[in-house]
Design a protein around this ligand. Structure first.
Ligand code: PLP
Length: 444
C-alpha cells in the first residue's frame, strides 16, 4: 500500500500502519515525523487515535480520562496494569507517606554513588529471597532492566538466541550488544535447539544468551522453562527470563511461572518489572552470583548511569512484595484468577476468541486494524476503557483488545466489558461490510 491512501477508508484513517513510517529517509531529520504525523492526525480527527490518553482520576477499576485531543471519557477500566489492585491499597499509600517523611522524595544519585537508601538495599534482598536467588540489582524501570542485563553482559562476539516475540526492551538490548542475533519461533524449543546447535558447531569460545519471557505480554502464553534451562546447560548458554507480567500475579505463592514450574533459584538470570503488580515504576535483575550483581552495577549502563529508584518507589515496592507474599496476596491472586476465568469464558460465549492461557492479560482477537479502530472509537461511548493493540506491539493484521484484569474488578465490570466489546465488534463488522459493498459498487 502506498503511504497516502486516498480511498474512503484511507481518508478516515482506517488504513495504514505505524509500520509504514518506520524508516523515513532523506537528509532532514527534523522532517522525519511529518508523514507519521499526517497519518496520525487523520486518525485523530476521525476519532481513531486511542493512544496517549491521560487519566483524571486514579487508574482503578473505574476511571475518568481524556484522549490526547482533550475529549473526556469515563467508564469501567480494563486498560491499566495493576493486577492485584495494590496501587489503591491503604498500606501502600501509608508506606509511601512514611518514606517521604524519612527519606524525602528523591534518591538524588545513581545507585553506584549515593542513590541507594536503606529501603532500596532491603528491597534488593527481599527480591532475591522471594525468587530464591542469591542477589538482585534494581533498575529505574523494567525496560532499563531488560535492556541493561543484555547490554551489561553480552559483547559483539557473543550470540543471542531469543524468542521471536520477546519484548522490545530485550530486542533493543540485543541489537545494541551484538549483530549475532538468532530468533526462534515463539515457544518452539526444537527451533531454539537448532539455533544453539548451529552456533556451537562454529563457535565454542564466545557466550550465548537465550532470552524468553515467563508470560508473554500480548499472547498470554509461557515457555517450558525447565526444558529451556536444560538446553542452555547442554550448549553452555545462559538463560535470561523476563517475568514482568507473571511475578506476583500468578502461582499460589505469586512467584510466577518460575515458581509454578519448580524453577525457583534454578534459572540463570531473572529480570522483571514492578509496573504491573508492584504499584510502582522500576525493575530488577536477579542472579545467583554476587560477581554478576557487582558487574551489572558498574557495566550495565541503564543502571550505572541513571538515577536510582526514589525512596518512595522502593518503599512502595517493598510493601507490595510483603502483601504479595501474605495470605492477603494469595486471596487477591485467587480473586484475580476468578475474574480472568470469567472474562475468558464470557468472551467465548459471545463467539470472541482470546489468546493464550489464563493470566491477567486477556486479549480479544480482532485481526484487521480497520475493524479494531472502529471498535476502539466506540468503546468509550459504551463506558469501557480498553487498549487497542496494533503494530508495533503486535504484527500487522493481528490487532486485538488487550484487557488487563485486576483483582478489584467485579463480575458486573466483566459483564459490562464483554457486552461492550461484543456490541462494538458486531457494529464495526457491519459498517466494514457496508463500506466494502459501497466501494465494490462504485468500482463496477
Ligand atoms: C515483558 C515486558 N518486559 C519489560 C517491560 C518494561 O517494563 P516497565 O514498564 O517497567 O519499563 C514490559 C512493559 O511493557 C513488558 O511487558
Amino acid at each position: 500500500m502506498s503511504i497516502i491512501d486516498t480511498s474512503d477508508a484511507g481518508r478516515s484513517g482506517l488504513t495504514g500502519s505505524a509500520r509504514d513510517f518506520r524508516v523515513p529517509g532523506g537528509p532532514d531529520l527534523l522532517g522525519r515525523g511529518d508523514g507519521f504525523f499526517a497519518w496520525q492526525q487523520t486518525r485523530r480527527q476521525n476519532g481513531y487515535w486511542p493512544f496517549s490518553r491521560s487519566t483524571e482520576t486514579r487508574p482503578g477499576t473505574a476511571c475518568r480520562a481524556r484522549d490526547d485531543s482533550g475529549n473526556p471519557m469515563e467508564g469501567v477500566n480494563f486498560s491499566s496494569q495493576d493486577y492485584l489492585s495494590l496501587a489503591a491499597h491503604p498500606e501502600i499509600a501509608e508506606v509511601a507517606t512514611d518514606a517521604v517523611k524519612r527519606f524525602g522524595v528523591h534518591s538524588a544519585g545513581s545507585a553506584v554513588l549515593v542513590g541507594n537508601t536503606a529501603s532500596s538495599v532491603a528491597l534488593e534482598r527481599r527480591i532475591a529471597d522471594f525468587l530464591e536467588m542469591e542477589q538482585a540489582v534494581l533498575y529505574p524501570t523494567g525496560w532499563a532492566a531488560g535492556y541493561g542485563v543484555i547490554r551489561g553482559l553480552v559483547r559483539s562476539a557473543d550470540h543471542i538466541v531469543m524468542d521471536a516475540l520477546s519484548h522490545t526492551c530485550l530486542q533493543e538490548g540485543a541489537s545494541a550488544s551484538t549483530q549475532n542475533i538468532s530468533l526462534f519461533r515463539h515457544l518452539d524449543l526444537d527451533h531454539c535447539r537448532s539455533k544453539l546447535q548451529a552456533i556451537r558447531a562454529k563457535d565454542a569460545r564466545n557466550g550465548v544468551m537465550v532470552i524468553t519471557e515467563g508470560l508473554f505480554s500480548m499472547d498470554s502464553d509461557t515457555p517450558d522453562l525447565a526444558a529451556l534451562q536444560a538446553l542452555c546447560n547442554e550448549y553452555s548458554a545462559t538463560l535470561m527470563v523476563d517475568v514482568a507480567h507473571d511475578l506476583g500475579a500468578l502461582g499460589t505463592e505469586g512467584r510466577g511461572h518460575i515458581g509454578i514450574q519448580g524453577m525457583l533459584g534454578k534459572v540463570d538470570l531473572v529480570m522483571g518489572s514492578f509496573s504491573k503488580t508492584f504499584a510502582s515504576n522500576g525493575g530488577f535483575v536477579a542472579t545467583n552470583r554476587r560477581a554478576i550483581k557487582e558487574y551489572l552495577r558498574y557495566y550495565s549502563p541503564s543502571t550505572t548511569f541513571s538515577n536510582a529508584l526514589s525512596p518512595v518507589q522502593t518503599a512502595v515496592i517493598g510493601k507490595a512484595f510483603e502483601i504479595v507474599a501474605s495470605a492477603e496476596g494469595k486471596m487477591l491472586r485467587e480473586k484475580l484468577m476468578r475474574n480472568v476465568v470469567s472474562l475468558r469464558r464470557q468472551f467465548g460465549e459471545q463467539g470472541l476468541d482470546v489468546y493464550g492461557d489464563p493470566s491477567a492479560i486477556v486479549c480479544a482477537k480482532v485481526g484487521a486494524e480497520s475493524i479494531a479502530r472502529m471498535v476502539s472509537r466506540r468503546l468509550p461511548t459504551l463506558g469501557l476503557l480498553a487498549n487497542l493493540v496494533e503494530y508495533p506491539a503486535v504484527a500487522k493484521g493481528a490487532a486485538r483488545f488487550r484487557l488487563q484484569v485486576m483483582a478489584g474488578h467485579s463480575e458486573e465490570n466483566i459483564r459490562h466489558a464483554v457486552k461492550a466489546i461484543k456490541l462494538a465488534v458486531d457494529e464495526a463488522r457491519i459498517m466494514a461490510a457496508v463500506r466494502e459493498a459501497r466501494s465494490r459498487a462504485m468500482a463496477a
